[in-house]
Write a protein that binds this ligand. Structure first.
Ligand SMILES: *Cc1c(COP(=O)(O)O)cnc(C)c1O
Length: 379
């Protein structure tokens, strides 16, 4: 099955008695012993979880997928497989809440984390030197949209038997398949593009390694990280239009990037599938396109930048991303507010940096909105 077909036809509709085209939501917390689906208690499995994980496996081209109550629950499931004294080598620009759970929770249990710039292949030498139990990357990263060479990194890690996790939330399996590039685990916050309508939370981890799958299923039930049947149904429903949505996000984002690129109030704009991105060649090597995420730096102070975002009509200032509606974010005071000022500046999150999650509205309206407010602030 091709991608769009798989996103619509992978799930089971349980239609034998009713002819239902769409599967029901199974709210039952428990299942009669000996049923042919092997369900026992919803914390450790439910038909709606199974439908969602089967579909995500088809999209990620994986043998196994486990689903969780949020992206952070998926992060918890993976990190909980480590023990005191184990080490994680992480990309320095990981998602803010991933950084927070590593620093404020897992460190307490004796897990060590080293953050380095893994978009620079020179730093791959740390893999052998640090010898971690797990490598954790995002590509492209949030909010700076740096890329990590997943294939090269995975080849080196494999030599030392170190599993590689790729947080695939920003690219989605529509544009990037980390397992095909050699990674061990591909994680998604399904809250974002997979659900796509900003109305549920979820997370997933896909793998081809049976042992990892067993560990993740164990974490789901033993740590209570399971999603709700309702949210799984919503995310499965969202995924049916993933392919259409991603094409439109990409098209709109590219046009907006071009416009911003030529505007005098813009210091720089980053979009991995625009020729101005410093890693455009790598982007083309490991992705087939990119989503609606754009990061730009305005020639304005932090205060003026926030005012600028508040005056946009179609880009409400809000956390999260990946929905059909456009959103804007001011990373320095929102997603990265807890990061010390010197660190923020050293990794490039200045007061004038903005992040746009470009939705699937008519791009003419989005461009007009941006143009109007940019003109106003140029005076
Ligand atoms: C949102 C996000 C997460 C966390 O997901 P939640 O569903 O909000 O818990 C993890 N990684 C990335 C890249 C994200 O954008």
């Amino acid at each position: 099955m091709n991608f769009a077909t798989a996103s619509i036809h992978s799930e089971q509709n349980f239609s034998k008695e009713t002819g239902a085209i769409t599967p029901p939501i199974f709210l039952s917390s428990t299942f009669e012993y000996g049923n042919s689906g092997n369900f026992d208690y919803t914390r450790s499995g439910n038909p709606n979880f199974r439908n969602l994980s089967t579909t995500i496996s088809a999209l990620e081209q994986s043998e196994y997928t486990s689903v969780f109550s949020s992206g952070i629950a998926a992060v918890t499931a993976v990190a909980s497989t480590l023990k005191s004294g184990d080490k994680i080598l992480a990309e320095e620009n990981v998602y803010g809440c991933t950084f927070r759970i590593f620093e404020q929770v897992f460190k307490k249990f004796g897990i060590e984390i080293l953050y380095i710039d893994l978009s620079n292949i020179k730093n791959f030498s740390e893999i052998e030197k640090y010898s971690p139990e797990l490598i954790w990357i995002e590509s492209p990263t949030n909010p700076l949209l740096k890329l990590v060479d997943i294939e090269k990194l995975s080849t080196i890690a494999k030599k030392f038997n170190i599993p590689v996790l790729v947080d695939n939330t920003f690219a989605t399996p529509f544009f990037q398949k980390p397992l095909e590039l050699g990674a061990t685990l591909s994680l998604n916050s399904t809250t974002k593009y997979l659900n796509g309508h900003s109305d549920s939370l979820g997370g997933s981890v896909s793998t081809n390694d049976e042992k990892w799958s067993e560990k993740l299923e164990f974490a789901q039930k033993s740590l209570g990280l399971s999603p709700s049947a309702f949210d799984c149904f919503m995310i499965s429903r969202g995924i049916k239009t993933l392919s259409l949505r991603m094409k439109q996000h990409a098209k709109n984002a590219l046009q907006i990037t071009e416009f911003l690129h030529s505007h005098p109030l813009i210091e720089w704009v980053k979009y991995p599938f625009h020729s101005s991105h410093p890693q455009y060649e790598l982007a083309k090597k490991q992705m087939t396109g990119f989503s609606g995420m754009i990061t730009a730096r305005l020639k304005l102070s932090e205060e003026k930048t926030k005012e600028f975002l508040q005056q946009l009509q179609y880009f409400p200032l809000a956390e999260s991303l990946g929905g059909i509606e456009s959103l804007s974010c001011h990373p320095a005071t929102m997603t990265h507010a807890s990061v010390p000022q010197e660190i923020k500046e050293s990794i490039g999150i200045y007061g004038g940096v903005i992040r746009l999650s470009v939705g699937i509205e008519d791009v003419e309206d989005l461009l007009e909105d941006l143009e109007k407010v940019l003109e106003k602030f140029s005076k």
